[in-house]
Ligand binder design. Structure first.
Ligand code: IPM
Ligand code: MG
Length: 356
């Protein structure tokens, strides 16, 4: 069987880690009797430089007719002062919106071999296994109006945070269903003491919970959640939250694992899904061959699981990652003082060598 993948390496280390991820996808796919037809496009800053736009329209249509989309990362200092319609991030937001990817799953799992790599104490992080379920197409990222204006000789900027009941319901269902297959707990994160959107969020999540009597629901204010993630992360199973809170909390939670370079993600909707590492383009280390490809590679495992319904290659990749870490292999972001550091290619080869 052949699956069509659209590959969007993007900027900075996105290019290196996507190449690594595709190598692993092809090897794991082959063992599962799956081959891939890969179509690659520029997005983000590289697309701005080449085509004068963060993403050409044909990219969206190619993604819509693909079986899965793999994305590296977008952005970099080179484009930071661009006018807002020429910012690399536009490509990512447009893809999320136009592909209807309202669910973002960000599993935060601490590998036993890496408990020492986290900045937190080993006893705090050992055994952490959290699934962050982030709403991805609503909230302040997309709310209208959104503008900057001149008022009395100074600038004034406005963003709008907005949610509809139906948007909250569908993401809440995803979280409860995921919790059912895990440890049966959902922590719904909001700022209901202040924000109207959060009050609607809390009311709606509470109502959806009635259909899931077997799942325990608690509501946690976002500031408290940020604190609890570093105080006692093991209390969390599924964290359900809106777009911007999820952006912030998932970066925070990633540090439990030792590095942002370990976190994969899956963005799902009703059609094609997109897989990307949570980390960004890391311009300061781009092109040096030292980026950690494990987040991108683990995202490929999620692709096999969610887009193709194939557990065997998914688990084979996840076990390979687990084993190479247990074998003491480390990329620069994970290495402690004195540990030997491997580059992107070597880590990728180590994964390939360990596929079942
Ligand atoms: C992420 C990133 C993006 C976001 C940026 C690059 C637009 O930080 O996927 O977490 O804010 O969603
Ligand atoms: Mg982010």
């Amino acid at each position: 069987m052949t699956k069509r993948i659209v590959s969007l390496p993007g900027d900075g280390i996105g290019v290196e880690v996507t190449e690594a991820a595709l190598r692993v996808a092809q090897a794991a796919g082959q063992k599962a009797g799956l081959s891939f037809e890969i179509q690659e496009f520029l997005v983000g800053g590289e697309a701005i430089d080449a085509h004068g736009t963060p993403m050409e329209d044909e990219v969206v249509s190619a993604c819509k007719s693909a079986d899965a989309v793999i994305l590296g990362a977008v952005g970099g200092p080179k484009w930071d002062n661009n006018p807002k319609e020429l910012r690399p991030e536009i490509a990512l937001l447009r893809l999320r919106k136009e592909l209807g990817l309202f669910t973002n799953l960000r599993p935060v799992k601490v590998f036993d071999a890496l408990v020492g790599a986290s900045t937190l104490k080993p006893e705090v992080v050992q055994g952490v296994d959290i699934l962050v379920v982030r709403e991805l197409t609503g909230g302040i990222y997309f709310g209208e109006p959104k503008f900057t204006e001149q008022v009395n000789g100074e600038e004034r900027a406005v963003d709008t945070m907005s949610y509809r009941t139906s948007e909250i319901e569908r993401i809440a269902k995803v979280a409860f269903e995921a919790a059912r297959k895990r440890r049966g707990k959902v922590a719904s994160v909001d700022k209901a003491n202040i924000l109207a959107t959060s009050q609607l969020w809390r009311k709606t999540v509470t109502r959806v919970a009635n259909d899931f009597p077997d799942v325990a629901l608690e509501h946690v204010l976002v500031d408290n959640c940020a604190m609890q993630i570093v105080r006692e992360p093991k209390q969390f199973d599924v964290i359900l939250t809106e777009n911007m809170f999820g952006d912030i909390l998932s970066d925070e939670a990633s540090m439990l694992t030792g590095s942002l370079g370990m976190l994969p993600s899956a963005s799902l909707g009703d059609g094609v899904a997109m897989y990307e590492p949570v980390h960004g383009s890391a311009p300061q280390i781009a092109g040096q061959g030292i980026a950690n490809p494990l987040a991108a590679i683990s995202s490929v495992a999620l692709m096999f699981r969610f887009s193709f319904g194939l557990e065997a290659p998914a688990q084979s990749i996840e076990r390979a990652v687990d084993r190479l870490l247990a074998d003491g292999l480390r990329s620069a972001d994970l290495a402690l003082n004195g540990e030997m550091v491997l580059g992107t290619q070597e880590i990728t080869q180590a994964v390939l060598d360990r596929l079942d």
